[in-house]
Structure formats: C-alpha cells, structure tokens
Design a binder for this molecule. Sequence first.
Ligand code: AMP
Ligand code: GLY
Length: 423
Amino acid sequence: MKILVVGGGGREHALVWKIAQSPLVKKIYCAPGNPGTELLAENLPIRADEVSKLLEFAWEERIDLTVVGPEQPLSLGIVDIFQNHDLKVFGPKQEAAIIEGSKAFSKDLMAKYDIPTAAYGVFSEIEAAEAFIERTGAPIVVKADGLAAGKGVIIAQTCQEAVDTVRDMLSGNSFGSAGSRVVIEEFLTGEEASFLAITDGSNIIPLASAQDHKAIFDGDKGPNTGGMGAYSPAPVVTEAIHEIAMRDVLRRAVDGMAAEGRPYRGVLYAGLMVKDGQVKTLEFNARFGDPECQPLLMRMKSDIVPLLLAVANGDVSGMEIQWHDKAAVCVVMASEGYPGDYRKGDAISGLEDAAKLEDVYVFHAGTSIKNGACVTNGGRVLGVTALGDSVQGAIDQAYQAVATISWAGAQFRTDIGRKAIGR
Ligand code: AMP
Ligand code: GLY
C-alpha cells in the first residue's frame, strides 16, 4: 500500500513511525512532514491546508489511504473531497469535523444529547454576554467559537476580565472570525484526561487512556499551550470512569452525530474533567491529540493500518486493538518564549545520543534542517517519548533522553506524568 499522512507535527511523525512498521505498507508520503518523518517517509512540499494540491498528488500517485492529522484540512472538507474522487481517507467529513470546528455546535450537541458538560451560553452580543457573566460569577471560562490553534480558551479570574475578553473576541481583534461568537461556561475543577476512540459512526473502539499537560510551567502554572507532555495509561481513568465515559460521552456523541445527519468517522477525542467519580466533557476534537498520539502509538501493539483502513471503509466491527503492558511518557521540548513569540533557528544537539537509549523515540515537531544540521523551527520542537515498566519507569527514561538534548533557550516541564504517581 501507498499511504499519505497529512500534517507535519509530532503527531504526524508518530503516525508515520507507526504506519512504517506495518507489513502492508510499501511507501509513505508525508505532507509537509518534518525532518523526523523524512527518515521514514518521503516529505512533500505541500502544506496540510492545500487540499487541492493534496488531492492532485493522491490521485496521480494512486494513494491507497490518506491519514489526516490536523484539524484545519478536516474543517476544510478534505475527507469529502477525497471521497468524491474515490480516494480512501481516514478522518471525519466536514459536516462532522464541526464537532471541533465550532465550540457552540459542540456544546449544543452535548446539551441536546445529555452529554455531561459545564453549564454554558453562546453569545454574539456583548450585553447578553455581560449579563450571563454577572449571573454566573468568576472564575469563568471564555472560548472563541471557531478554531484558534488551542489558544482560544481564556480562564478569567474576575467578571471584568471575562467581559474584556469577550469584547476583544467579538471585535475580531484576537481571533478574527473564530471569535465572532463566544461560548461562556462555568469553571470546572478536577483532573483532566484525554479519552480517544476510533469510530465508524456506530461502532466505538476506545484507545488506551492518556493525560495531557496543557500549561507551560510545572504544577500546571502559566498560560495554556498545545500540550507540553502526555502519558499513557492515565490512572485517573479508572475502570468506572472508563465505563461512564464510554456510555455517557462517546456513545451519546457518536449516536447524536448520526441522529443529526452528521455521522462521525475517524478518531474522536473527548477532553474530560474527572472529579469525585464523575465526568464532564470539556471539548471534542476531531483528530488524534498532540502530544497524546505519541505515547499512545508507542504503546499500541497491533498494526494500525488495518484499523485506519477499516474506518476509511466505514466498518470497524469486530476489530480490536492490542496494547503493550508498558507505560509511555512524552516530554515536549519547546522553544524559548513559547506559547508566545518564540526563538527559531537554534542548533539542536544530542539527538544521536538520545536515539541510542533503549525504548526511547524522539518525535520531531518544530524542527528543520539548516546547512545539514537540525535546528529549531517551531514552538513545540521535539516530543521525547519513552516506554517503561511503569509510568515512573517511563518518566525516568524520557527525562534521561531529555537530558542529552539541548539548544539555546530550550524549555520543558519537569513534572510530566507526576499526577499518575502515588495514586
Ligand atoms: P478546550 O479547548 O475547550 O478543551 O479548553 C482548553 C483547556 O482549557 C482545557 O484543557 C482545560 O484545561 C481548560 N478548560 C476548558 N474549559 C474549562 C472549564 N469549563 N473549566 C475549567 N477549565 C476549562
Ligand atoms: N493535546 C491537546 C490537543 O491535541 O488538542
């Protein structure tokens, strides 16, 4: 088979790495890919949002399966366009990707199908928003409706801050049209988990549990990022929580989407808040989480290709996923300044030494090659991922690898996985 992976971050490097292990696969392309995917696939000079160029390539190369990593091409309708040309593709159609593309849609879906979530309102006028904020009180959460690269969620500590944030979003200053509507919701406390499942629109196969670390600094301090590290399994997802999440969140979402005439096929990611044995849904994403994908795929024992193909063909019934007993931890190394403006072009050292460590794989995200050397070229630069006999073992191994890698201004959290310890 010839497979095309769309995207160029750590998630896509992990997908390429896992797909490359399949005996079914002869050739992998990655668009645009990164220096990590280049070692396993042929990178293409096509961006993930250049849907017509991707179509032209897939059509001319007779690609057997296209796997879409990021949300933008899904929201642009890449799956619809490929299917219209009889090309097999893994991911939800545009009408279903809206579950991530519009937070207002997603919250209304949760309300309609009784999926537990925070109380909320959707607003496009400041007066009504202000009244809701006063009624609810702070802290309170303000979210831009549309895609905002993980940055459209502000936790306001005071009502005034919430009102200012809403005004800023509605004016189009900070998020353009993505902020022309806002979701305002009750602030929830608890421990977060990332619950991902593969679905063909009716059958649901859960992936192993995972937990992300959204904040930039240790102890979940500082502004939110795309994710500074992740691990699997996540003990916060006990068997009881797993049952509740499958029954009240995933099943209702998949059935709800079908009932809305928007059948969902692909990987559905539910961001959960867990507290006192209860689950509330923070958000849905229409794709693999990044960095959750990295530890999840390192733990996946079964061949991923038959699974992706089954989803593309619309029937995953009878399929199962086998997992390694080992735990996996991914520590993200980021550029100085991230998640704000960050440095670029710093030479990265130690990659070869890290690669020699047992059960370690360094996934590339924001890197590039300059004069034959690997340099930083993004906010999140590397996902240093390791397996271990326990989460603690995987933490130790991942940080041993992190210690061998450096560049000017590199930053990373030192507490990835700590919540899993001592539970
Ligand atoms: P979202 O993109 O909606 O998942 O929001 C990003 C992050 O903001 C989440 O992972 C949480 O850390 C935080 N967040 C979102 N909604 C809430 C909420 N209602 N209460 C507390 N934290 C939230
Ligand atoms: N790591 C969070 C996300 O992919 O949305």
